[in-house]
Structures are given as structure tokens and as C-alpha cells.
Design a protein around this ligand. Structure first.
Ligand code: GCU
Length: 333
């Protein structure tokens, strides 16, 4: 089920008690976990999570439910991460770049070219032998458990003024990146200057000229309406991005064994549904943005490849990172 903050204003308050596990009490006397998302209700992530909540509620006879709050209404990703850690909000979707700031081993999956495509990525990020230790690594330090991920698809560059073909074409452009040292370096590898910024601020920054360019997938390009202010899309395909589902570790630990099993099963069904929705959502976004005046162009992929690949050498600096990288690449072959 989905409510906006306004719609539930008369009922339970979003963060009233601020304690882990103390979600709203629904009709069935169960716990409703609030989930913070920065996408719109049309986005596949919202759809898959909303369905996840419905199935979880059925499977647990209403003992557990999920209320998805879209559009950053519970905060941008940095704030959401903090809220989930403190227990003010139970769950969130955050980009891999956010987790890199808590444990730098996460940066491996934020590297350009580490994943060949969505299928490869999903097989790696849900392989417990590869990711088990990584996903529990924030439990002691931050009270956060990582459950797995949704693909962000392949990300490319789009600009306000002109289609880009080579890194040289990006010289002097301010490119918005997520809040990550790796992605700041990535902007430079793409030939641009980096401006790290929260997702929800990008439209206005492109419109006002603070930014010359953004980089994202077609789905967000469309749902966030960035194509209206930056209509020149160039297929750099520089990385296949990853969003994580995170949950407050105390909340997770408070589930009975039976409910936890149902939760895990329905979450698996949720990321599978998301992956299934992704291709069609991408095609749809391209059509809609094109109808809205956007142009989609190919780039000189060779010219971009080398500086992007060099980022792995530059950023991988411990054995855990190297092992994650090697495991991810081995799964591609
Ligand atoms: C994608 C991703 C989001 C992320 C956003 C961004 O839309 O799914 O989690 O916040 O990119 O560029 O910030």
C-alpha cells in the first residue's frame, strides 16, 4: 500500500517514537515499516516495493507490512541512511555510492565497467558467497543490514547544450555526480568537472545552469523529467549502477524465524520483479523522452573506455576489495 505523508497526516505520524521496530500499528496490530525512496510512483522500484509490502502483509497475516514513501518525502538518500541507522525509519533504498561512504569496500560495485550488464550484476550481488560479509559489515558500526539490490541499469551522460561524442567534448562542463569520491574521479575520467549533489536537486540545477550535465539511466531521466532541461543524451554506458535495500538491524532481528523467512522470500520475488520490469521501463522512458524532445546519440566508446577502466586500479586498495572485484569479473566469464 502507498500513502503520501499528507495522506497519513491524520493517522500515524512518520517518525513519532523514533525507536527501531516501533512502526505504526495497523488494523491487524502488526508493524508497518516505513521505506524511504527517492523515486516517483511510476518507477519500477516503487512498484516492486509496493507489491513486496502487500505480499509480506499477506504472508505474515498482517504482522509485518511496508509503507513506501516515494519522492524523497522522508529525506534524500544521505538523510535516509542516517534515519534507518538510528531507527527513525525502518528501511530505505540507497545507491551504492552512499554505502561506499560507510565502508569503502562497497566502492567495488560502484566502479565503471565492473558489471557487463544487468543479468551479470544481479547474479553477483545476490550471491551470498560473494556478498555475505559485505552486506553484514555495517551491522555493528551502523545498525544497518544490507539485503540485496535493484539494478540502476546502464548509466549514460546527458547535457543541456550539445550531444557529447568524446571526453574532450565534456571539457569545462559541470557534471552532476552522486556523493562519492569514486564518482567525482569518474566525472573527471569522462572529461568533465564534478559537482556532487543529491538526486532531488538535479532538475533545478540543470535548469538554472548550475549544472551542464547529468548522468543516469533512461528511467530516471524520464521520471525525474531531466530530459526537459537536458535533452541531449549520449550513450557513454559508463557503468551499471546498483541500489541497495537496507533495513535497521534491530528491526530485522525482531522478526520471528517464520516471518523472517517470509520476508526473505518476498524480497527475492521483489528484486526479480524489478529486474523483469526494468527493460520495458527503459524502452518506455526512451519513447516518452523522445516524444518530449530528447535525442539519444551514440558516442565514441573507445575514447571513454581507457580512463574509466583505470579507476579500478586507482581505487582498489585492499584485499577485500580485490577479492570482490575478482569474484565479480569471474562471474562475467
Ligand atoms: C538512480 C538510482 C538512485 C540514485 C540516482 C542518483 O536513479 O536509482 O538510487 O539516487 O540514480 O543519481 O542519485
Amino acid at each position: 500500500t502507498a500513502l503520501t505523508l499528507a495522506a497519513c497526516g491524520g493517522g500515524g505520524d512518520a517518525t513519532d517514537d523514533g525507536t527501531a521496530g516501533g512502526g505504526e500499528t495497523g488494523a491487524a496490530d502488526g508493524t508497518t515499516m516505513r521505506l524511504s525512496l527517492n523515486q516517483t510512483e511510476e518507477h519500477p522500484s516503487f512498484i516492486a516495493l509496493d507489491n513486496f509490502g502487500e505480499r509480506l502483509s499477506e504472508a505474515t497475516d498482517g504482522r509485518w507490512d511496508i509503507e513506501v514513501y516515494p519522492n524523497e518525502v522522508l529525506g534524500a538518500q544521505q538523510e535516509s541512511l542516517q534515519l534507518v541507522s538510528e531507527g527513525g525509519v525502518e528501511m530505505a533504498i540507497v545507491s551504492g555510492t552512499q554505502l561506499e561512504n560507510l565502508n569503502e569496500d562497497f566502492l567495488v560495485f560502484n566502479l565503471p565497467k565492473v558489471f557487463d550488464d544487468v543479468e551479470h550484476q544481479m547474479s553477483v550481488v545476490h550471491d551470498q558467497e560473494i556478498v555475505g560479509d559485505l552486506y553484514s559489515s555495517l551491522e555493528e558500526s551502523d545498525n544497518l543490514t544490507v539485503l540485496g539490490g535493484f539494478t540502476q541499469g546502464a548509466r549514460s551522460v546527458y547535457t543541456t547544450s550539445t550531444a557529447v561524442e568524446t571526453p574532450a567534448d565534456m571539457a569545462g562542463m559541470n557534471l552532476r555526480v552522486q556523493e562519492s569520491d569514486l564518482h567525482i574521479a569518474m566525472a573527471e575520467a569522462l572529461g568533465a568537472s564534478a559537482t556532487p549533489m543529491a538526486f532531488g536537486e538535479v532538475y533545478t540545477a540543470l535548469q538554472s545552469g548550475v549544472l551542464d550535465a547529468g548522468e543516469n539511466n533512461e528511467v530516471s531521466y524520464w521520471t525525474q523529467k531531466h530530459f526537459e532541461v537536458a535533452p541531449y543524451w549520449s550513450y557513454t554506458n559508463h557503468l551499471v549502477g546498483l541500489d541497495y535495500l537496507i533495513i535497521n538491524s534491530d528491526v530485522l532481528a525482531s522478526m520471528s524465524e517464520e516471518d523472517r523467512a517470509a520476508f526473505d522470500e518476498e524480497w527475492t520475488a521483489a528484486y526479480e520483479e524489478h529486474t523483469q520490469l526494468w527493460d520495458e521501463a527503459t524502452q518506455d522512458a526512451i519513447e516518452q523522452a523522445t516524444a518530449g524532445g530528447a535525442t539519444f546519440s551514440e558516442v565514441d566508446e573507445e575514447a571513454f573506455a581507457e580512463p574509466l577502466l583505470a579507476l579500478a586500479d586507482q581505487f582498489i586498495n585492499n584485499d577485500v576489495q580485490q577479492a570482490l572485484y575478482d569474484a565479480a569479473r569471474a562471474a562475467a566469464e
